[in-house]
Design a protein around this ligand. Structure first.
Ligand SMILES: [Cu+2]
Length: 234
């Protein structure tokens, strides 16, 4: 895989996701939980696309920062990188997608088909370096599943302003504070991508899935969602 092209094409794919976000609607009432307090959120991660994968996630959110996050996943495509993100959109359902969103009826949910449910990427949960949506497909910095499992943790991830999250104004940009507040309110959705549909042990371009809608240099197997869970206070 050409690493440079993966990084370079990440930004245009972000724009693509942003463009799919729904038009800006009227402002909604502010939720009561939107204070700058510290909240611990957990998610039960359930399979998408018949991956058979599962897991749990915990995030401690304080101010405009994730003080600590951990993701424990198993049953993933083994020994392969798995892009993982927090998704959120003001106009999204803030839920995990179902096959109702399989608009082309091919029996699988692509990342873009899931956007009405979970929204665009707001945080890239990678292992090193910057964590904004710009890194969302830099697969060289995402966890690799050892025998299908990994335990990921990272501290002090700052929320940032993200265009295309559906807020009023130019670009539908949500501020770091608006996004942090929404995540605290249980509207963040954690998604792990990467699903070896044909079980040949690697992500490939074989039909029927072919190339990713997000980046023609990546197989769809590398970017389709494999598990999903809503980060909520319990
Ligand atoms: Cu994602």
């Amino acid at each position: 895989m050409n690493r440079k092209s993966v990084v370079a094409l990440g930004a245009s794919a972000v724009a693509l996701i942003a463009a799919t976000t729904l038009a800006v609607g009227p402002a909604q009432a502010h939720d009561s939980n939107s204070e700058e307090k510290t909240v611990t959120l957990t998610a039960k991660l359930r399979q998408l696309n018949g991956s058979g994968a599962s897991g749990t996630a915990t995030a401690v959110v304080s101010g405009q920062k994730i003080k600590h996050i951990e993701v424990h996943a198993k049953g993933l495509t083994p020994d392969a990188p798995h892009a993982q993100h927090i998704h959120y959109g003001k106009q999204a359902e803030n839920e995990c997608p179902t096959l109702k969103l399989d608009t082309n009826k091919d029996g699988r949910l692509t990342t873009l088909e899931g956007v009405p449910a979970y929204g665009p990427v707001v945080v890239s949960l990678n292992t090193t370096g910057e964590t904004t949506p710009a890194s969302f497909l830099d697969v060289t910095r995402f966890p690799v599943s050892k025998d299908g499992k990994y335990n990921y943790s990272r501290n002090n991830i700052n929320f940032t302003d993200v265009a295309g999250t559906g807020y009023p104004g130019a670009g539908g940009t949500g501020t770091a504070k608006q996004i942090a507040d929404a995540i605290r309110d249980g509207k963040g959705v954690l998604v792990i991508h990467g699903q070896d549909y044909d079980g040949n042990g690697k992500y490939n371009f074989s039909n029927p899935e072919g190339a990713s809608e997000l980046n023609p240099n990546l197989p769809a197997e590398a970017t389709d969602p494999a598990v999903c869970g809503v980060l909520e206070e319990h």
